[in-house]
Ligand binder design. Structure first.
Ligand code: GUN
Ligand code: ZN
Length: 440
């Protein structure tokens, strides 16, 4: 494969940006270059320096005046819920029973799973997202469909079979044994195959019996380098029901704690209604709280207190995510715009540099994949998004009065969507333009 040399305004974060003047937190090159070889970044810096290192036959692609960033990361999404997004009028438990569970039963059909996995990965790429942590359904074949489609595109994705053995309809339940066996078979087949990573995925405490929670804990002890993903403290009725199902527990977090499911690779979706004890337990174990603003607003679940969690004495590791189909948009730009508003309702602001840190490096750190994704660092995989800050007429007009990089990023976040995504590279291959070229 020939080298690829990209030219544009490169931006990559080194650490959390304290404020809009924290220029030491990132590396920005006005005339930047990025050299890609064999799907990896092999040089990054000023265009002059990088071009000097490129081979004679390198394919040169000039993206000026666009920004070149690491691809966005979505830390929690349900790919089988493409047919659920935009379902009217319910809070979490009714929404699950009325819309989500019936839709997920369709994934017993492998063909259906493959079709939706294809459309889902097409859609996230169109939006500039190059890595997701995805829930599949209870059906083993839904995971096979997802990983097959992801592997074919050479994407770095995390996914897992949802384990659920109670409080769900016929056709959407496994058993503690079959959930364990299917998960183990999927790990053997897919974890570490190409860029695929497996996440043990007990849906949440309500849909798993104590026996199944034991099995999830056993899997994590057997495979400690795996991710774990589940839901926690999203909705008041959910919390009350969990307390009834696990009457011995001190609180919701204690249920997962009891079965050994907390830890640095554990991703807890939502975490809106946490006591201080629960937040301490998450922090002490290095667990990750996943902020899903569009979903939390749409389902009326509550306001995640991002700044309080970040600043508390025992801070939480935080990731951000769409949570489609509870979430209402596939775009991480739209997601951070809503996140900004949720944080504003808590009386705080999230500076735009921090926002783009979160979408890239922050989410990569939270998913423990920063050695592979989330920066333009040499040696990492070449997953890249090219952003056009003049992607719509209204953005173009607003750009007339933008002076700083932070202002430009805030404009991208506030007005941007897929129209601001000029190109996406997955492991060094043009992915968005390839999709558009294949549309009949
Ligand atoms: N809790 C358990 N399952 C789900 C789901 O599919 N979506 C959301 N938002 N919360 C959940
Ligand atoms: Zn979810």
């Amino acid at each position: 494969m020939a080298q690829i040399l990209l030219r544009g305004r490169t931006l990559s974060f080194l650490r959390w940006p304290e404020d809009t003047n924290d220029h030491a937190a990132y590396r920005y090159e006005e005339d930047g270059g990025l050299l890609i070889d064999g799907g990896k970044m092999v040089a990054a810096g000023s265009y002059a320096d990088v071009a000097a290192a490129a081979a004679e036959g390198a394919k040169r692609i000039d993206h000026r005046p666009h920004l070149i960033l690491p691809g966005f990361i979505d830390a929690h999404v349900h790919y089988p819920q493409m047919g659920v997004i935009a379902s009217y009028g319910a809070e979490l438990l009714d929404w699950l029973n009325t819309y989500t569970f019936p839709e997920e039963t369709k994934f017993r059909d492998a063909q259906h799973g493959r079709r939706i996995a294809r459309l889902f990965l097409d859609e996230v790429i169109r939006q500039g997202t190059t890595t997701v942590s995805a829930y599949c359904t209870v059906h083993k074949q839904s995971v096979e469909a997802f990983f097959a489609e992801s592997h074919e595109r050479n994407m770095l994705n995390i996914a897992g079979k949802v384990m659920m053995d109670r409080n769900a309809p016929e056709g959407l339940r496994d058993t503690p044994e079959s959930g364990y066996d299917d998960t183990k078979a999927l790990i053997a087949e897919w974890h570490g195959k190409g860029r695929q990573l497996y996440a043990v995925t007990p849906r949440f405490a309500i849909t798993s019996s104590p026996e199944q929670m034991e099995m999830a804990g056993a899997l994590m002890r057997e495979f400690p380098d795996l991710h774990l993903q589940t839901h926690l403290a999203e909705n008041r009725a959910e919390i009350a029901f969990t307390q009834e199902l696990y009457p011995w527990s001190r609180d919701y977090t204690d249920v997962y704690e009891h079965y050994g499911l907390l830890g640095p690779r554990a991703l807890f979706g939502h975490c809106i209604h946490l006591s201080e004890r629960e937040a301490d337990a998450l922090s002490d174990s290095g667990s990750v709280a996943v902020f899903c603003p569009t979903s939390n607003l749409f389902l009326g679940s509550g306001l995640f207190d991002y700044q309080r969690y970040r600043r508390r004495e025992k801070p939480l590791r935080i990731a951000t995510a769409t949570d489609v189909g509870g979430g209402t948009n596939y775009s991480m730009l739209r997601t951070m715009d809503e996140g900004y508003k949720v944080i504003a309702l808590n009386g705080e602001k999230l500076n735009p540099l921090a926002s783009f840190w979160q979408l890239t490096r922050g989410n990569a750190e939270a998913l423990s994949i920063v050695d592979k994704a989330g920066t333009l660092g040499v040696g990492t995989d070449a997953d890249v998004v090219v952003l056009n800050s003049r992607g719509t007429p209204a953005m173009k007009l607003r750009m007339e009065t933008v002076d700083t990089l932070a202002e430009e990023l805030f404009l991208l976040q506030t007005l941007g969507d897929d129209r601001a995504v000029a190109e996406v590279y997955v492991a060094g291959k043009e992915a968005k333009s390839a999709l558009e070229a294949s549309v009949p």
